[in-house]
Write a protein that binds this ligand. Sequence first.
Ligand SMILES: [Zn+2]
Length: 261
Amino acid sequence: MSVETISEEQWKQTQRRLYLLYHELRPGGSRYSYVIGNDEFEQHLDLLAKLREKRDSLWPEITFDDGHISNFEYALPMLQARNLKALFFITVGWTGHKSGYMGWDELRSLHEAGQSIGAHGWTHTLLTHCNERDLETELGGARKTLEDKLGTEITTMSLPGGRYNRRVLTACEVAGYTQVYTSIPRSEPALPGPMIGRLNILGDMKPEWIAEVLRMDSPTLAGLGRQYKVKEAAKALLGDRLYEKAWSLLNRRESDAGDDE
Ligand SMILES: [Zn+2]
């Protein structure tokens, strides 16, 4: 079949994906690297919508981690204005409890607006640090509570801090998750497997750079994949806590931001 004869719908069904990971939006932006300015996010969405029509681009998918209130206040109306859908991963124990994060009313509205919801643990602790009982709360407990409160099946999980090992992945499967989202920057097939890589989008990433990363067979994306492996090796060498400390100094993170990703 030639490229010309493929319909838009067939295109979407066959094209490789790049899943993008966002956290918080803020009017005017921030120096904190995990925050995207509202104006910048609108530019990203316009770009992503345009790239979905281009045959030489990966198909961009949008995800959010943590459940920040800005996802509901700012991202939802911007997505709706463009008829776009995203997947929102929620730190369930923060819902209705932690200031600055969505409550159950916001989450229900998000779900009813046709957006997808997944779990991001109960307390946002790194799952690799959990014992078996904690894993049950972070995974099974988070899933069951989301399902009970939203009345929908929850099958996707995003790993806090992107951290996992074989024990964590087995626990995800036992808890009923069929897809686990990581922070490994790589493209995925149109029908992805059980582990899905994502590119973490930071505040200083310009639309032109994002377009380049999304270009089919982009050497930039391959380079990010290599960088990620080096970072993982450094974490293994230094240990998580020391690594997070060094990383926060390098990335000007806000002191109250927690160890999120
Ligand atoms: Zn997180």
